[in-house]
Design a protein around this ligand. Structure first.
Ligand code: C5P
Length: 240
């Protein structure tokens, strides 16, 4: 299984036409960007859009955040594994048993499978709401550390977290445990609806393996230039 570092573009578009027009901008790139397909696009276009993006040579993170009983998740993962995506995810809140079932469903008869990561706590959930609404009495940091350890125990490859938590996750779960981190903005840019933001260079320093970047690239006047800047800032030191 390939373990590396990369920039993943969050293709949060509502139609296949829009995403294909957008990805067409990158046709001259020697290495096609790794893209994230979320619920909006997948529910609108179904598996066909995944196959089309794979056919164009992109790696795909299918961000469907599965969270259900183990048997349902196992069977759903078996279907997703047939789509030949490169990364998929579940909610760690589904428990170790659910994550183990996800891994089992995802693993093909030849032993190969996409990377499987678990969402710890959504970055839209504050510690206060987690405690008052979800009745989780622990701190956000302790909750994330516990969820990451559960994901590792279930045999997953890593977690989705904020870059600020990447160091903690590595400390708890080892340097080979992958951290996939959204909430990325260039210096001085608008945070939009993100609360805890980090630049690509800072995410690299904090130990992120994959940064997930949406609007700073998709809404940029020149998306290809913005993507190249992310690559430069995030990967430059690692490539030396
Ligand atoms: O446009 P922006 O860079 O904020 O996009 C971030 C992407 O990462 C979105 O697709 C969002 O759904 C996703 N994400 C996130 N925070 C999480 C998990 C996923 O922002 N905790």
């Amino acid at each position: 299984m390939r373990m590396n570092k990369d920039v993943i573009i969050a293709c949060d578009f509502s139609s296949g036409g829009e995403v294909c027009d957008f990805l067409g901008l990158f046709r001259e790139e020697a290495r096609k960007p790794f893209v994230k397909i979320g619920m909006e696009l997948f529910y609108a276009e179904g598996p066909a859009i995944v196959r089309e993006i794979k056919r164009r040579g992109h790696r795909v993170f299918l961000d469907l955040k599965l969270h259900d009983i183990p048997n349902t998740v196992r069977k759903a993962m078996r279907v997703l594994s047939g789509l030949d995506v490169d990364m998929v995810n579940v909610h760690a809140a589904g428990t170790v048993a659910m994550m183990e079932a996800a891994l089992e469903g995802l693993t093909r008869p030849d032993g190969s499978r996409p990377l499987l990561v678990a969402v710890t706590q959504l970055t839209s959930t504050s510690e206060e709401r987690m405690q008052s609404e979800l009745l989780i009495g622990a701190s956000m940091e302790d909750t994330i550390a516990c969820y990451a350890l559960n994901a590792r125990k279930a045999g997953l490859d890593g977690v989705v977290c904020s870059p600020r938590e990447a160091g903690l996750v590595k400390e708890m779960c080892g340097s080979g445990f992958i951290t996939v981190t959204p909430g990325i903005r260039f210096e001085g840019a608008s945070a939009d609806d993100q609360v805890r933001i980090t630049t690509p260079a800072r995410a690299r320093e904090l130990g992120s393996d994959f940064i997930v970047v949406g609007r700073p690239v998709t809404a940029a006047p020149d998306p290809v230039a913005a993507y190249r800047k992310c690559i430069q800032d995030f990967l430059s030191c690692n490539e030396k």
